[in-house]
Design a protein around this ligand. Sequence first.
Ligand code: CP3
Length: 357
Amino acid sequence: MNAPPGNDTFLRALRREPVPYTPVWLMRQAGRYLPEYRATRARAGSFLAMAKTPELACEVTLQPLARFPLDAAILFSDILTVPDAMGLGLYFAEGEGPRFERTVRSMADVEALGTPDMETELRYVMDAVRLIRRELAGKVPLIGFSGSPWTLACYMVEGGGSENFARIKAMALEAPATLHALLRRVTDAVIAYLDAQRLAGAQALQVFDTWGGVLAPHLYREFSLPYLVEIAQRLPRGEGAAKAPLILFGKGNGPYLEELAASGAEALGIDWTVALGEARRRTGGRVALQGNLDPATLYAPPAVIAREAARALDDYAAANGGAREGHVFNLGHGMSPDMAPEHVAALVEAVHAHRGR
Ligand code: CP3
């Protein structure tokens, strides 16, 4: 039996090679907005049971691809698997989001952190990657991911989500050496984690710096940016056709696009507060760009979704000498549980059908 022809538009766009249409995938494309996701989650009993069972993680990874002609799959997991494996004890309090049993507040807490082994504590993630690659059979590429050191440290210090990041910002200002020691440990774990995902079969790697944008510029440049640059510099990507590009996504990273484009990463993921054309001009074609429709656009009717998608595609192309290459279409952040699957279908269709002005 011949393998079906693979769709590699996503990887081609990241390499800034010509593509027949702009590839699209959506952050949080597997999730509670899909009834089949809710059914699998109910069967598993919890989000964590689902994420820690490779067969179920594989099943939910593939669900959005069965519905929509998306151009990439993203591993179903969570960024908090790494601090969990470092010994913090991740759990989800119903209706409250992620929480840790233990937090990191002192140098002694940093020193007590474990160094997770990628084929023991985090084997379930690597097994999921291997299984998903097998099940995808080359249909579309698989994206692996990690949280950024700063974003993971936010959860580790706060003990869960936060409204104002009071504890970690106090640490940044009053005990910077403790925070740097934590970021050092987390950065090493993130690099090992991404490298292991690539070796298990991930074909592109995305770092989510979800909370970088909450920092004042001088603190972003001290506590988030240098660790992103270190990942971009140190992370092995493989060679030739097997090279896995690195995408640095950051919510609120608009002020830092020039610095991020100089990091050595192959691509930047941006939110909707910067226009794609402006991002393309400021980064000068040194990186591919991924984004950046405001996720709330998915609440609008399909005709409006198509209009807004066309606006973003045309804005990028106009700044890119009229060409679509070097752009991966996405939202500027993740999807929400109350979004309509039919509207996702309309968005994917609009992006694929777009042929420019
Ligand atoms: O994009 C994808 O489809 C891949 C899966 C994915 C999840 N989390 C699944 C998930 C990815 C890439 C993540 C990353 C993640 N996790 C981030 C960074 C991305 C971003 O949005 O900026 C962050 C900050 C987290 C931490 C986290 N995990 C939170 C805050 C929550 C609760 C969210 C909520 O709506 O309750 C989670 C749980 C989680 N991770 C869910 C999913 C689908 C919801 C779990 C459920 O109840 O089923």
